[in-house]
Design a protein around this ligand. Structure first.
Ligand SMILES: C[S@@+](CC[C@H](N)C(=O)[O-])C[C@H]1O[C@@H](n2cnc3c(N)ncnc32)[C@H](O)[C@@H]1O
Length: 427
């Protein structure tokens, strides 16, 4: 059977509505919509203009009122929708891909599935379901890296029969077990997840991490900073802080370390936070084996000004009412390859477009099989719409990209049995 996600009447939205009625948050959460803006205002007053990275960190993950820390923002009633939330077909294809590549490695056990930033837990749910169908969960565990207490609670409800908060201060802050009897654990950062053979998945995780922004001027590159808007300060009618972009006068430490000698773009963005995690992933794969699949919207070293905000499915100004809208920036897939090359001993595949990856993994066959099971016209329309959203070039098909990382020790096997979903050439 299947459930089509995306339409207001669908299963996921109904579940979500039910969830909200019995859902409790233990920590104190600030309801004031201007709390984050005032925090940022105070910081700038004391320390001067802040980097876009510091602004993003404060807006998204401030423990009291950060965007990710206090609500469920997914779906039609939220601010945005992601592929796993559109339809189960997405998670099923990712699961089939993981299963296939894992089997090529000889199905090593124990098997640790790691998801970074699992949102509502939907992708992990679909992956575990497919793995259980293929009886591949013996000696398996699910490790989730999630910063948000509210989302970790939603993930636990989605994924576990039983779950408990261990201790908010511990490395593993929540534990549970899935209906398939596999242990599920929650961590705040990847470096805390046990070093073991890993199948790692990150879907729309890296686009949520802080970026630095740089702009080319007549006197060289400058870092873009965020300052208090002086015009708004002088206006007595303004009761809440307003912000504006300014350029750093001098070379900032981040400009010094992130500007490449051959850079030509008028504007570029870079994320040391992402780079650190790419490095940790590569080192983990080298040390203990496994693979990583990174899916996000992004570019290959060509993106310019991609920093933006989303609220109620509309693009809004990232500097207005911080904490009430999602902030995001495109992922630079070229940086993933560069970091992997520096670590050495890592094969990088991609980026491949979502459409190409899903079709090569067999989405069309799954779509046809589901169509045959569907009895009523409405469901058929929903299913077809979901398929189009995932694959159409003007929807999620082209902007979203997939990149896979494998340890070099897999080269001989991958030469014989190429990685599904990507061009055959292994660099
Ligand atoms: C855009 S959502 C994507 C959710 C999910 N992967 C999906 O595609 O539906 C980003 C996720 O990453 C989590 N997140 C954001 N910043 C994080 C950080 N610094 N550390 C851990 N998780 C983070 C958010 O709480 C959320 O679960």
């Amino acid at each position: 059977m299947y459930s089509v996600r995306f339409k207001p009447t669908n299963f996921a939205v109904q579940c979500f509505k039910n969830c909200r009625t019995y859902y409790t948050v233990k920590r104190k959460v600030v309801k004031d919509e201007n709390y984050v803006a005032r925090q940022i205002y105070q910081k700038i007053k004391v320390k001067g203009p802040m980097t876009v990275a510091d602004y993003m960190r404060e807006v998204l993950t401030n423990p009291m009122a950060g965007y990710y820390m206090h609500k469920d923002m997914f779906g039609e009633t939220g601010d945005f929708i992601t592929s796993p939330e559109v339809t189960q077909m997405f998670g099923e294809m990712v699961a089939v891909w993981l299963l296939n590549e894992w089997q090529k490695m000889g199905s090593p056990k124990p098997l640790q599935i790691v998801e970074l930033g699992p949102g509502r837990g939907t992708l992990s749910y679909d992956i575990v379901k497919v793995f259980s169908h293929f009886k591949a969960l013996h000696k398996a565990s699910l490790q989730l890296v999630e910063i948000s207490p509210v989302l970790s609670e939603l993930q636990a409800r989605r994924l576990c029969d039983k779950h408990t908060i261990v201790n908010e201060k511990m490395v593993v802050y929540r534990k549970g077990s899935s209906p398939h009897d596999i242990p599920v654990q929650w961590f705040r950062q990847l470096s805390d997840v046990p070093n073991a053979f890993t199948l790692l998945i990150a879907h729309e995780f890296f686009d949520a991490l802080p970026i630095h922004k740089f702009h080319k001027t007549y006197s060289g590159y400058k870092e873009v900073l965020i300052d208090i808007d002086p015009a708004a300060e002088k206006n007595p009618e303004n009761t809440e802080p307003k912000f504006r972009y300014v350029l750093s006068r001098n070379e900032t430490p981040m400009l010094k370390s992130l500007l490449k000698p051959n850079e030509t773009r008028d504007h570029f963005e870079a994320s040391p936070d992402c780079m650190l995690i790419y490095k940790q992933i590569c080192e983990r794969l080298k040390a203990t084996g496994g693979l990583a699949l990174i899916c996000d919207y992004g570019h290959y070293g060509t993106g310019t000004d991609t920093f933006r905000a989303f609220k109620k499915h509309k693009q809004v100004d990232p500097l207005v009412m911080p904490g009430t809208a999602d902030l995001t920036a495109d992922v630079d897939f070229k940086t993933i390859r560069e970091v992997a090359n520096k670590v050495e001993g890592i094969i990088t595949m991609g980026p491949a477009n979502q459409r190409d990856f899903l079709l090569k993994t067999g989405l069309e066959y799954r779509f046809k099989a589901l169509k045959e099971q569907v009895k009523d016209k409405k469901h058929l329309e929903n299913l077809t719409e979901c398929y189009k959203i995932l694959t159409d070039k003007d929807k999620m098909g082209e902007r979203f990209k997939f990149c896979a990382l494998f340890p070099e020790t897999m080269r001989k096997i991958l030469d014989k049995c190429p990685v599904v979903g990507f061009n055959q050439f292994i660099p």
